[in-house]
Write a protein that binds this ligand. Structure first.
Ligand code: PEP
Ligand code: MN
Length: 267
């Protein structure tokens, strides 16, 4: 399929209206209704957040970790939409997740790093997403393989899903690194040359794995002209049930966003 270079999609429209990088914030995981609503109210108060994220189904590396509250959390996200007034996004890993999320009015879905690695899983998702019209964000695979990331985007495009964004969350490496997942910036840059029509969003939370790295990683992404940032936000980060070391309060998120220097956008 020929994909035009400039596409009119959910994400490109948001970018054109805003004229600034998109900002996505919310907890790693939805834990309780109160925690979801407190986070949503906190990030909404910042005035510049475009989309609320929360993991409901959490594919964790090892069994025994918190694997998400499951579908009981979907009505909490509905309250974020209707009572707080932010569109919401969740991670989906199976066609059943897609169906349940869409039944509950979730606005945007994303495919996580542990799913992007599996072409059969991505194909099943592409088939389930076809014709739904829901925008989809695709995280890079956990391993530094840009072809797998590109392959996932191609599977979605071939299924007619063109409302796409790519999320750079870093790559696992065997060698010790200051990062939780090495950014390996040349890989997302290579993806962008192959998919110039797909907005590229940086996830400094999963790249850094530590609160103090959020600012420098986010700044680097903005310097490279990324189209957006996704930053994990929790009202009580130290007690978060997943990714506690990397989450920040909504107030701290506001400070980080204020400290960032924005380039004049090229498009
Ligand atoms: C997440 O966004 O919380 C998550 C699990 O991310 P990733 O798929 O990038 O590991
Ligand atoms: Mn997380």
């Amino acid at each position: 399929m020929e994909i035009p270079v400039a596409l009119d999609t959910y994400f490109t429209r948001l970018l054109a209206t805003k004229g600034k990088p998109l900002l996505i914030a919310g907890p790693c995981s939805a834990e309780t209704e109160e925690q979801v609503l407190a986070t949503a109210r906190g990030v909404k108060a910042l005035g510049n957040i475009d989309l609320f994220r929360a993991g409901i189904w959490k594919p964790r590396t090892r069994p025994g970790s918190f694997e998400g509250v499951g579908s009981v959390g979907l009505p909490w996200l509905q309250r974020v939409r209707t009572e707080v007034g932010l569109p919401v996004a969740v991670e989906v890993a199976t066609p059943r997740h897609v169906e349940e999320a869409l039944t509950h009015g979730v606005d945007v879905l994303w495919i996580g790093a542990r799913t992007t690695v599996n072409p059969f899983a991505v194909q099943e998702l592409a088939d389930a997403l076809a014709g739904t019209g829901v925008p989809v964000m695709v995280k890079n695979p956990v391993n530094p393989d840009v072809a797998l990331w590109a392959g996932a985007l191609e599977r979605l495009e071939r299924a007619g899903i063109l409302d796409l964004a790519a999320i750079h969350r870093g790559f696992s490496t065997f060698t010790p690194s200051r990062y939780r997942n090495a950014p390996t910036w040349q890989l997302p840059i290579e993806l962008k040359t192959r998919f110039p029509h797909i907005p590229l969003i940086c996830d400094p939370s999963h790249i850094g794995g530590r609160r103090d790295l959020l600012l420098p990683i986010a700044q680097k992404a903005l310097d490279l002209d990324y189209d957006g940032l996704m930053i994990e936000t929790h009202p009580d980060p130290d007690h978060a049930l997943s990714d506690a070391e990397q989450q920040v309060t909504p107030v701290r998120l506001g400070e980080i966003l204020d400290e960032l220097k924005y380039r004049r956008r090229s498009s």
